[in-house]
Design a protein around this ligand. Sequence first.
Ligand code: PLP
Length: 478
Amino acid sequence: MKLLFERSVNGRQLDLISELSVKEYKLDSKLLRNSKLRLPEMSEVDLSRHYTEFAKQTHGVNDGFYPLGSCTMKYNPRIDEEVASFEKFTQIHPLQPLETIQGCMEVIKKAEELLCEITGMNAMSFQPAAGAHGEYLGLLLIRKYHQERNDHERINIIVPDSAHGTNPASATMAGFNVINVASNENGGVDLDELKKVVGKDTAGLMLTNPNTLGLFDPNILEITKIIHEAGGLCYYDGANMNAIMGRVRPGDMGFDCIHLNLHKTFSTPHGGGGPGSGPVGCKDFLKEYLPMHMVDEKEGKYVFKNPSNSIGQVRSYYGNFLVVIKALTYILSLGKQGLRNASEKAVLNANYMAHRLKESYTLPYDSTCMHEFVLSLEDLKKQTGVSAMDIAKASLDYGIHPPTMYFPLIVHEALMFEPAETESRQAIDEAVDIYLELYKKAFEDPEYLHSAPHNCLIGRPDETSAARNPILKYEFND
Ligand SMILES: *Cc1c(COP(=O)(O)O)cnc(C)c1O
């Protein structure tokens, strides 16, 4: 496919930008460019076709099934986008007088209240732009807590081996050592192993529950108690709230602070390339450490307030506000019962799909799952040579987005499926039939699967080179 620069024709134009409505301002000549900015020159129809061609090459939830585990690629109601596009939300400036943005401030306050109610927290900051960013902030709160108590020995963060890769990375960035703790045979935290690693040097624990195997840890109260008794704090990775909204709250499980991925559970797609939001919630005793610019109510008016002992700022102003609007619209339009139902159906869909797939595939942790489950294709690979990658790639030919591959690391040849609540039984049955057919094909014609996909524009790019040597800049020949 040609790039914009390759389609450019000297002198061809389009008029997308309207006439200036403000007076022209002459910049000082030393601030001006020496040469003309080299932009592609093309007509509006050429530009429109270019982006449509791109759009056809992607796979979104409107194109087909998208069971990408831990990303919650559910269908998000259009009304949420519509509300977020209201001019009174989009045409504002972060520094305009407070009396002109009282409604926007109310949105933040209301979202804080409702998300605190859903998670069992007391306060929430919307500054972090994504999940990993939220983890980082949460860990800064934990660090501050120990520093304020002059407890400088606490340098370790305990992370189970089933954790999302961002957990150890964030802990390291926040200046902690990472201590891994093994999972038990049921996929939960091994309590004996946990007891062995806690001590005076424990700053805290980072845990995902349900974890990345899609399993809810039945020992959760015991786990958080062990950490608290050792003097540490408990951090909840709440990227995946889809199974538990309105059912169980991290605050009641014993967690002190959490982050959420609004761009998973709360109506913004994950990995869509657009902005995300990873708000951090905490219990009362941590709330004075939260970042600046919290919304507060004073004499019937909304004001911004800086917590008394704030860690500072992790991002400009108030975070990605439009994502917060979508989340609030989602929560208010579903209501309490609607959120409970969404979680119930997400869990039902995952269990139904797992139950059907395990007729053929291996389900290594075979118990009731939450929003997702993980298959192991290790047996299939031993018998046929067909790998998790081969099956995932082959599903592309059927218009299915691959599940998450080779994660979590404790399952070999892993495929992680999250159907989400918005798929019908028919859609799940159709997908399962395809996966079962591919399983049979692995025995009959493994070569066909090794070279899949056969009908996609791009088959198997060299992922290592793509990650290590990305081409991010267009090189002009002339
Ligand atoms: C997605 C995810 C994250 C990271 O979220 P980003 O917004 O991609 O940074 C962290 N933990 C878990 C369990 C996740 O699924």
